[in-house]
Design a protein around this ligand. Sequence first.
Ligand SMILES: NC(=O)c1ccc[n+]([C@@H]2O[C@H](COP(=O)([O-])OP(=O)(O)OC[C@H]3O[C@@H](n4cnc5c(N)ncnc54)[C@H](O)[C@@H]3O)[C@@H](O)[C@H]2O)c1
Length: 342
Amino acid sequence: MSSTDPVRIALIGAGRIGANHAELVARHVVGASLVAVSDPIGDAAARLAAALGASTSTTDVADVLGSDDVDAVLIAAPARSHTELVVAAAQAGKHVFCEKPMAVTLADADRAIAAADSAGVVLQVGFNRRFAPGFSAARAAIDAGRIGTPQLLRSLTRDPGPWGGDPARVPQWTIFLETLIHDFDTLCFLNPGARPLRVTAVADALIRPDAKASGHLDTAVVTVVFDNGAIATAEASFSALYGYDVRGEVFGSAGMVTAGRGDTTDMVFYGSNGIEIDTSRRDTDLLRSSYIGEFTAFVDAIRSQKPAPVTGQDARTALAIALAAIRSVETGAAVDMNEVTA
Ligand SMILES: NC(=O)c1ccc[n+]([C@@H]2O[C@H](COP(=O)([O-])OP(=O)(O)OC[C@H]3O[C@@H](n4cnc5c(N)ncnc54)[C@H](O)[C@@H]3O)[C@@H](O)[C@H]2O)c1
């Protein structure tokens, strides 16, 4: 492929986030074209392909993996299908963008990384927060030494409420493997070069206490101690009534950076009950520019034959922290990262 050819992308998984990603790839990512959509259920792929002008839709992923008209795949299927899809796509010679988590075991993470390495394809993972302008500027300030040595870090994710999900349909440990995994990556991104050493986690079902007995968890706090001495906190809730809330903070020996705001515009309403701002209710609104940024970076990596800016190894590191947090909840004790091997 020349550096000017559009990268021809097939979406795998036409659900909520896949539909968002496909629309961005089709209409807002320079150098990309959406050529195919695959989803095994009903007419989801056909409807999305028709809406976005993709020429191919299929219920069989083998059709896109075997197509000479597809350069890369964007995997937005459910978490537990990711590793098999990454491996199959890499073996078919396709570049791979995979939503988080890339895997739910370290063995699977290693398989995905090895498959991409041996095929020589780009493998990028969907830690989009790195591409949000505020988080990216925070990292630049840290790289420039402006906050000195990082000492305290915070990252949080609060999904918009009221939470209307069915606890029985939320896979076990989702809060760690699919929600906080963003925060674990953010903590590593904002503490560059440092390795996580020890993890402690507390989790509960504060939003749906009735579901706690069946293992449901919707609220969690995790501490991570890094090898440069920095102490970090990640927290998540499934239900913030005021809107979607994603923030980060790094406090260092010479200053502090914060990133993440929920306001949708700079309009402030002043009325008899006080002051109000409007907040985002959806990740696809709050973090839209970060999604466009990550897909643009993926396309650039493919066209310029550079490594992906968010690698399989980054996914493995965040996963290892998530697995340590799960073990900490199970045991009630701090967990050394070197105990997490599977
Ligand atoms: N980065 C982010 O901000 C972000 C946000 C939301 C979701 N996600 C991640 O994206 C993934 C999908 O989440 P979602 O909310 O869109 O889920 P979803 O359930 O809405 O959609 C999943 C889709 O995948 C299809 N599917 C199932 N098995 C498949 C297979 N083997 N091959 C292809 N398609 C298959 C389903 O039919 C469905 O249409 C999850 O891993 C989730 O953690 C990331």
